[in-house]
Ligand binder design. Structure first.
Ligand code: OGA
Ligand code: MN
Length: 294
């Protein structure tokens, strides 16, 4: 069966069929996947039995592995051993062994965010593979930040043009960092353009999220909060979303520059085990940067 591309929603996501990603890849297939990824921001591969090495080899077909700027693992973290794991993998899991978590981002809902936007060189992409899934929930939702920008009224585009936003992340998945409790310097943070230009497609994408975007520079706190809420109505619009219901053996790869993602709640007492690798990225290009304007 030749490789084929099947859109998952009108705005974002496509399923790739006809390729076994555990095996060495045909460069022609890699080119098809790369183009589909640029076109759809998120790619899904179903029914892929992958160990850690096979997943890492697949990720490497798209670039350099991403580093970790922040250790998300708690201090009592217990990393498992065996073919499902290796040192470059990050486990996203609520499983505890001997009372110690084996993964990060353990329980429940997670608000919309861009991975690593609080770093000066955010990872370009994340590759999440499902090993165990709960009976309901734990769905990952993706929203197209190209579509969100296109849908803004011109007046809102004008109000955000040229602005930067403070991105920060601490330990919580469903609330922002409270800077009345935590000094800014104690938290991973970075000022980023509110609208970026994608380095390969040249298109504009909104770069704010409910979890990680804290403050728009040059506005009062109240103005900043109000403008962020206005933007969230566009970035979280269900009309530009794909919601993935996981089955074991799914791999999702997403572009962190043109999509945001969130996770729905799921039962605490059921096991969820995902394995994640990332691709390294570069400093984010502001949409208004003339040197790179398309
Ligand atoms: C992540 C993430 C969501 C999920 O790994 O960056 O946001 O569904 N995961 O676990
Ligand atoms: Mn994430």
């Amino acid at each position: 069966m030749p490789i084929s591309v099947h859109p998952l929603s009108p705005s974002i996501g496509a399923e790739i069929r006809g390729v076994d990603i555990s095996k060495p890849l045909d460069p022609k297939d890699v080119a098809v996947m790369r183009q589909a990824w640029l076109d759809h921001c998120v790619l899904l591969f179903r029914d892929q039995p992958l160990d850690a090495e096979q997943q890492r080899t697949f990720v490497r077909a798209f670039g350099e592995l991403g580093g970790r700027k922040v250790r998300l693992e708690p201090t009592n973290y217990k990393r498992p051993e065996g073919p499902d794991y290796n040192a470059d993998a990050m486990l996203v899991s609520n499983i505890r062994e001997d009372g110690k978590p084996i993964g990060v981002l353990p329980d429940g809902e997670m608000w919309f965010h861009h991975d690593m936007c609080y770093s000066a060189e955010p990872n370009r992409a994340s590759f999440l593979y499902s090993i165990e899934v709960p009976s309901w929930g734990g769905n990952t939702m993706f929203s197209s930040m190209y579509a969100a920008y296109e849908n803004l009224p011109q007046s809102l585009k004008d109000r955000i043009e040229g602005r930067t936003v403070l991105q920060a992340f601490d330990e919580y998945q469903d609330r922002r960092v409270d800077f009345s409790e935590r000094p800014l310097d104690s938290v991973p943070h970075c000022f980023q353009p509110i609208v970026l230009r994608h380095p390969e497609t040249g298109k504009r994408a909104i770069y704010v999220s409910r979890l990680m975007s804290h403050r728009i520079e040059g506005l009062t706190e109240a103005e900043s909060e109000a403008l962020l809420e206005e933007l969230f109505a566009y970035t979280e619009d269900p009309a530009i979303r794909y919601e993935h219901v996981w089955r074991p053996g799914d791999l999702l790869m997403w572009d962190n520059l043109c999509s945001t993602h969130a996770r729905t709640d799921f039962p605490r007492e059921e096991r969820r085990l995902m394995r994640r690798y990332t691709l390294a990225g570069e400093p984010v290009i502001p949409a208004w940067d003339q040197r790179t304007a398309a």
